[in-house]
Write a protein that binds this ligand. Structure first.
Ligand code: PLP
Length: 399
């Protein structure tokens, strides 16, 4: 019998981090591994942001801050939402945490417990179900399909609601599919949430990485009544190439924000003072760096889509945002693959065989609640992507 708590026994390790670790181990053992596992921009953090962190250290900003973040960082985040989306938030409604993942954990801990249900459209980001599970609440999955562009319909949302439903977790642009919900669909979902008195955690971490005619709308922007039911989660990791700085935030109705701030005061005291100073420079400084990186992602996305088109029997929907391609490999199950002609019958074994045969690392769709699919992150340089597709082509029996 395990000494570990029920809560910790209930959760699984993060599958994307596990896949990334396995790729790193093989690389360390001398293999020429191409890893497309992690959702992490390959760019370095822009210089003016690093300079702000250095200046903060030199100025002695190396102490605990207020639990929910400094007034400067909270004000800078609120100003960003006013400027970009016309949304009004006051600093006490903003809670800055150690990454958006931590913000999500705080929202769930502040709102959910045993007896509550949390609706999660699938495929979903790996951590959602485990973080819900930690609170004792029950994840309720709503299946979306490649045919619908991986978008949950308002009708599907409505029919998943029960008297125990507390929260909907929505993520657009979506990890792992890149699906970007059309504003009309978001608005219909928002209306239902208001009518049925359900909170919506809108994970908008990929808001700045939008391509080819897709449109991003912040969930809280459909009216004051919607804003009162919405908790926006976002952060600096993806837009500013700042994954290691660990800064994310939540914008919420005051009561919820205060609950999260109280929780954080007991949990971590505050996010890093130096990273907060860097985040101020990121969100209130020049934004051209974000657009430069987005354009590079857009170019990689075009290339990935072209290579996917050339490969046999891979169903996919074009990603409107984020930096992932998510495709169905199930047509290749039961057929000889790679140099040894191995046969697989699920996406997890497909990824293992691809890694062992061609040293290309993808993440299995099983981790995202999407059997038969795999995720390829194109947050890496074009040359690596090109080599990766050459190897995947070989693995599938091509030239
Ligand atoms: N939400 C989604 C959908 C993500 O894909 C990620 C990172 O992969 C996060 C949140 C967390 O970002 P961070 O904790 O680095 O801010």
């Amino acid at each position: 019998k395990s000494v570990l708590s029920d809560a910790v026994q209930r959760i699984k390790p993060s599958a994307t981090i596990a896949a990334g670790t396995k790729a790193k181990e093989l690389k360390a053992a001398g293999h020429d591994v191409l890893s497309f596992t992690l959702g992490e921009p390959d760019f370095t953090t822009p210089q003016h942001i690093c300079d702000a962190a250095k200046a903060a250290m030199d100025a002695g900003d190396t102490h605990y801050t207020a639990a929910a973040g400094t007034l400067q960082v909270k004000q800078a985040v609120c100003d960003l939402y006013a400027r970009f989306y016309g949304l009004e938030y006051d600093p006490p409604q903003c809670v800055v945490s150690n990454g958006a993942k931590h913000s999500i954990h705080n929202v769930l801990t502040a709102l959910c417990g045993p007896g509550d249900e949390v609706i999660i459209p699938t495929p979903y980001w790996v951590s959602y179900s485990d973080l819900v599970g930690l609170t004792g609440a029950k994840p309720v999955f709503v299946e979306t399909t490649v045919e619908s562009g991986w978008v949950m319909s308002p009708e599907q949302f409505e029919s998943a609601i029960t008297p125990s439903t507390k929260l909907l977790m929505l993520n657009s642009p979506t990890n792992p599919t890149g699906a970007t919900y059309p504003p009309e669909t978001l608005e219909q979902i928002a209306r239902i949430a208001v009518e049925r008195d359900i909170f919506v955690l809108s994970d908008e971490i990929y808001e700045r990485l939008i391509y080819a005619g897709s449109e991003f709308r912040s969930f809280a922007s459909f009216g004051k009544d919607v804003q009162e039911k919405t908790i926006i989660v976002s952060g600096v990791s993806k837009a500013y190439a700042m994954t290691g700085w660990r800064i994310g935030w939540a914008l919420a109705p005051l009561e919820i924000a205060a609950g999260m701030a109280k929780l954080q005061s007991q949990e971590t005291s505050c996010p890093s003072s130096i990273s907060q100073a860097a985040a101020v420079a990121a969100v209130s400084g020049p934004q051209v760096c974000v657009e430069e990186m987005r354009l590079e992602f857009a170019e990689r996305r075009e290339y990935v889509l072209q290579r996917l088109k050339e490969l046999p029997d891979l169903a996919y929907a074009e990603p409107g945002g984020a930096f992932y391609a998510f495709f169905d490999v199930s047509a290749h199950f039961g057929k000889p693959l790679g140099s040894k002609g191995v046969k697989v019958d699920n996406a997890t074994d497909f990824c293992t065989a691809l890694l062992e045969d061609q040293f290309v690392a993808l993440v299995t769709g099983d981790a995202f609640g999407a059997p038969g699919y795999v995720r390829l992150s194109f947050a890496t340089d074009l040359k690596t992507i090109e080599q990766g597709f050459d190897r995947i082509t070989k693995f599938l029996g091509g030239a």
